[in-house]
Design a protein around this ligand. Structure first.
Ligand code: TEU
Length: 596
């Protein structure tokens, strides 16, 4: 335990040192054991445990596999205690847990309890009548009427996954609106009702008792909404509904609900928890959740880095230019804040809700894709925090090309956005091309294409005569796991091999990389992000060229580099000078040992 004045940051715990691998079940591997051809299944996951172990993974986080109508790919759950037949059965999950245990690995489940599916028994009861037993388990409000006497939703909040629509859905039967922030098929639970909270606690217990080791908690910061549901400020008067996150993210009772989960459930088990917390970058508020003494959550997903290319305050499907200095500022400030203020953080640049990192932060052309993917790996494996790797990230998978038709995109958010743009800009090719570009840069679909296992039919994701639920990215002949694992070229590593070595190195030097202190070395360079990580007995310097040009970087005196030990260009350390000016090639990253 931390003593007053000391920091709990460096207290050792398994969940701080763990590398977590996120699996998006629909796209991981389809063996045909589930009920829906062309979809990934739980057998597929179990069959790849050796692959994951070999890579250096400790914990597997599964995106939702519960019973679901799949309106939002399983983030709309109709039964928390059963598995969707598409993926398999409870028995398959038990086998998966045993397989993980045999290898010293753990399972993290996705807990989606801000909302349920509209097909969940709780909601079916709730909407059955105003006097239903579970009426108050969801958020119901009477309509407003405009000056002309037309019925209107209770406020102007936009749906998150369908921004042209209201976050409120009219229920003809009972003549009230219910709140469904994401899609109408995902009604928000009313956490003010203690019975709802107890039901959620029961779900946690069910999975912990079954052998899960913890949870990724979906949009957990949206569970407490501002009282009275006031209108959101108008961001764009052209939009009928406005982004309402300032009013529903981190509402008044959030900390109470999180502490209650801890008191009643988590404190009785040895668990790992990571809360997904979009829309919030305020460090005081974030620390309230992840300060070790407060017993809320172990860590959260802070969105600042993945929101870097959003128009500030606007919807996610927007484009906004950014600079290396923004990335440097975001990463450094969270490294320092968590270290200095007793917190803990997650490290991630990808998940199922974001485009591929090499396409977003680097350059995914054939020339630079591998270097960019390794550059991001070098950054992530040398920073403090619990590291999350998203399926395919270890292969440097990238966005689908601009040439793909919008029809190939399957995500409800993309479909709704494309509908909105076509309605708004019918016949205006320039605007529609621009919208297409936004989709190609930002859609969630890019992370959801099937994992590329081999250069065979369907990239080895499913059998040859089966159509995958989503099209395989075109480059699977060259970008695939088999090729990268067997890659054998003297002095070079594939992206996969670079990740494996990086994870090994991180484990070996965990005092520095996981628990060490962070010092930004240079906050002025236009292209380079450089830092020093130190423990009491060891130190490393990292210099990352986030540009496609040759650049010169002057090693600050205080960095005291001894030896460059790794570059993403070669498998050995480059013969570079360790003082004065260093030349960094396009997207080059260097790791060097340094004096403490
Ligand atoms: O995502 C919530 C979330 O806020 C985003 O990451 C979301 O993708 C983005 O705001 C859309 O513009 C979580 C899940 O990760 C996501 O897959 C679900 O769709 C969503 O919650 C609803 O459960």
């Amino acid at each position: 335990m931390a003593t007053a004045g000391a920091t709990a940051f460096a207290d050792h715990t398994w969940w701080k040192e763990a590398t977590i691998y996120q699996i998006y079940p629909a796209s991981f591997l389809s063996t045909g054991s589930g009920s829906t051809p062309g979809w990934g299944d739980i057998h597929g996951i179990t069959s790849k445990l050796d692959y994951l172990k070999d890579l250096g993974v400790d914990i597997v986080w599964l995106s939702p596999i519960y019973k679901s109508p799949q309106v939002d790919m399983g983030y709309d759950i109709s039964d928390y205690k059963d598995i969707d037949p598409t993926y398999g059965t409870l028995k398959d999950v038990d086998d998966l847990i045993s397989g993980l245990r045999e290898r010293g690995m753990k399972l993290m489940m996705d807990l989606v309890v801000n909302h349920t599916s509209d097909q969940h028994a709780w909601f079916l009861d709730s909407r059955s009548s105003k006097s239903a037993e579970k009426r108050d388990w969801y958020i119901w409000q009477p309509p407003r009427y405009d000056d002309a006497g037309n019925r209107q939703p209770p406020n102007n909040w936009a749906q998150i996954l369908g921004e042209a629509n209201s976050a409120w859905t009219w229920d003809e039967e009972t003549q009230e609106y219910f709140l469904a922030l994401f899609t109408p098929e995902q009604p928000d639970l009313n956490w003010r009702n203690p019975a709802v909270r107890e039901a959620v606690h029961d779900v946690l217990r069910f999975w912990l008792e079954r052998g899960a080791s913890g949870f990724r908690m979906d949009v957990i910061n949206l569970i407490s909404k501002v009282v009275g549901y006031p209108d959101a400020p108008i961001k764009d008067p052209k939009d009928p509904y406005q982004p309402g996150h300032a009013l529903y993210a981190n509402g008044p009772e959030l900390h109470k609900y999180l502490r209650e989960i801890n008191d009643k459930v988590l404190s009785k088990y040895d668990t790992i928890t990571v809360g997904e917390m979009p829309f919030v970058n305020d460090s005081d508020e974030i620390l309230r959740v992840v300060d070790a003494e407060r017993k809320e959550l172990n860590m959260i997903f802070i969105f600042e880095l993945v929101d870097i290319d959003n128009v500030p305050g606007s919807f996610r499907l927007t484009r906004h230019s950014w600079h290396v200095s923004d990335l440097r500022k975001i990463v450094s400030s969270w490294q320092k804040t968590m270290h200095d203020r007793n917190g803990w953080n997650s490290l991630f640049v990808e998940n199922h809700d974001n485009p591929r990192s090499v396409s977003r932060y680097c350059d995914d052309s054939d020339e630079y894709r591998e270097l960019g993917a390794k550059l991001l790996s070098l950054m992530q494996t040398t920073l403090s925090g619990t590291l999350f790797v998203y399926q395919g990230e270890e292969l440097g998978m990238h966005n689908v090309p601009l040439s793909w038709d919008p029809e190939e995109y399957k995500d409800i958010e993309t479909i709704n956005y494309w509908k909105k743009m076509n309605k708004l800009h019918a016949g205006d090719q320039k605007q529609l091309d621009d919208a297409k570009l936004t989709i190609q840069r930002k859609a969630r679909d890019h992370a959801r294409t099937p994992v590329q296992w081999t250069d065979g039919p369907n990239a080895g994701f499913c059998k040859e005569d089966v159509k995958p639920w989503m099209r395989v990215n075109d480059d699977y002949k060259t970008v695939n796991a088999a090729a990268q694992r067997s890659f054998d070229k003297s002095g070079q590593l594939s992206v996969w091999q670079f990740w494996k070595r990086g994870l090994e190195n991180r484990r070996k030097h965990k005092e520095v990389f996981v628990y060490g202190s962070f010092e930004l070395l240079d906050d002025k360079h236009p292209d380079v992000f450089s830092y020093k990580k130190s423990s009491k007995s060891e130190a490393f310097v990292v210099a990352l060229n986030f540009s496609g040009s040759d650049v010169e970087w002057t090693i600050p005196e205080r960095a005291k580099v001894d030896n460059w030990v790794t570059s993403n260009y070669d498998s050995w350390g480059p013969k570079q000078t360790t003082s004065g000016k260093v030349r960094l090639r396009p997207w080059e990253g260097l790791l060097g040992t340094a004096a403490v």
